[in-house]
Design a protein around this ligand. Sequence first.
Ligand code: C2E
Ligand code: MG
Ligand code: MG
Length: 686
Amino acid sequence: MHAHRPDHRAGPAPDGPLTDRQDTFEVVRELSSPVWVFDIDHNRVICANAAACTMWQAEDEAELCARDMSLGMSTTVARRLRQYQDDFLRQPGITFREMWTLYPHGKPVSSNVAFRGFRLPDNRMAMLCEILSGTGDTPDNLRSTEALLHTDVMIAHFDLRGTALYMNPAARNVIGCAAENLGSLFTDKADYHAMMFDLDGRGEHRMVAQVALSPDPMWFDLSAKLCSDAVTGEPAVLVTAIDVTELKTARDTARYLADRDQLTGCYNRFYMQRHFDALQADGQTGHVMLYFDVDRFKHVNDTFGHEAGDAVLKTLAKRALSAVRDGDIVGRLGGDEFVVLLTCPAEDKMALQRAEQVFEKLAGPLVRGSASIPVHVSMGCARFAPGKDDFEAVMRQADIALYHSKREGRNRLTFFDTDMGRAALAKIRLESEIEQALQNEEFVLHFQPRVDVKSGAVVSVEGLVRWNHPERGLVPPDEFIPVCEETGLIETLGQHVLEIGFRQARAWHDAGRSIDMSLNISPRQFSDKQLMQTLSRFAATRDFPSHRIELEITENILIGDVGAIASKLKAISEMGYRIAIDDFGTGYSNLAYISQFPLSGLKIDQSFIRQLPETGPIVSLILALGQQVGATVVAEGVETREQFDWLSYHNCDQIQGFYFSRPVSLENLDDHWLADRPTPRTGSPP
Ligand code: C2E
Ligand code: MG
Ligand code: MG
């Protein structure tokens, strides 16, 4: 316990008065004021004179020595006695003179007592106690009374029913008559009951509790100890309290801020992680993580402004909070990403139901002024079991499921399953391989000639990217373009392709060759700011043949804000580039708008050519449309003589396809197609 306790353990309690140190004890017995020796280790009197016996209301010394003095002794007094024992060991000869209330047979007797250390024959430290004559007005008592009156610490005595027996000035000042009853001091009665319960069991209790003293919240650091009333000897409660409102408010604010996302008031990632770990540590039931983000959030920001974007996030936070139950928590990870942790039974059906309930509450337009902002979310869900998974792993699963929701067309919820995990892993691997390949410049362009149907001359080539993989050889674009689109790598790859293509176009132009080149622009690349910068940077260089370059975009690029798209296309064509629509006929572009875009070419999708002549009416329609808007029509994927003849007969402008040539490397292109050679002749009508 204390470092200064005697180094040997206390032996068994002696049965009667000690007689070994007869001389000392004899002296004690001769004194006229009450004197006794108290064995602190055993809570026994081991020697007492007649006056002490009278004071303690004992028949004789033997009866007093047989008493177990620990009965009814409060923990505070017991602790105080042990403190004396240590003090005596540390400072031999020290004497304490204090006002004490003793309880002979439970009746309080207040006396001025002197305490000194007393070595027992077995060398343990006991206590020699002597009742001093006169009043209690010793210097120590006078000072301690002063201290009690002037301290800022609130000190009060209550009986066990909670009625105030005494309050020092600080307590009276703050608590006043508000706490005539101890229980009424507490805002939350459960705090009071917890305190009384603990006092009953351990004799003391400490807590920071909210007290009902003002309309504003007020907090006390309270310490309560069971003791006896010095007047009646009845059990009582000594309460000391310090007002910690300011400290607590400051700490609570700091904690609130540290745990929260400032915009929405939701929890932040750090808190979510901590909460997750806590669930894992003591959770009994299963849980579900919901991970969601706003569909086309960028579009909301671009169209309605960033304030509207913030309003959408705040609204979503509110909706999510209103959809969850006690114990569930909502967090925002940043951007438009939210995570909800639901506690719910392990069965699939229940988990799905709870997730759907939350999901359904999230969507719905947000009305701001005259604008109605459509709000939809995509959600991924992953279950986790107590003690098994870590936060990052579950997040990854929920993220993969979210990604599936997006891929399936957004505005939906998907639960993670392990097959998704495998596919996602393969994708992640491919993604990092592609990144590496970009650094190693493993991407090359092959070129497929485009032939003018009337003259049979190669008028243009389409640059098509290939991955020159060190082990797998030439990898076709279908195997990596979609991943690049999803991950954003297309921005780097697309940039790379443009630079290779433009350099080649420039080389042909400088060599005096009149050949056009078309290059593919993916949807994501089209909305990337860097595209415009690259296009204008090249167009601004001296003698750059931008009129020889055609950019192929897909129809879905044309869906959306028609005005914005039209002005972007206009800016591109003003730089001299031409624009063609690739795979025409497969998308859902609104034909009514086609004429508003500066288009120089339409490339009929291969699927229509493959099915000629059944698809003849559609192909004819596209040919007519091309003529109407003044665009060159190119048939793609022409493989057979029959297809070629049909197209030639129906006045298609140009063809591209295996019938004429597969995409070839630059060397093969030079050798076979750009040298002077005979060209295929137009056939007879089909
Ligand atoms: P696309 O732009 O429509 O390119 C035409 C595709 O059809 C090429 O496939 C070409 O090899 C193939 N093709 C040409 N003639 C025939 C034919 O007669 N029969 C058949 N069955 N196929 C024919 P490739 O090179 O595999 O490219 C596939 C797609 O990948 C391209 O379709 C384009 O969408 C994309 N792509 C290729 N290079 C790039 C690029 O540099 N950037 C972007 N964003 N996409 C690219
Ligand atoms: Mg193309
Ligand atoms: Mg195409």
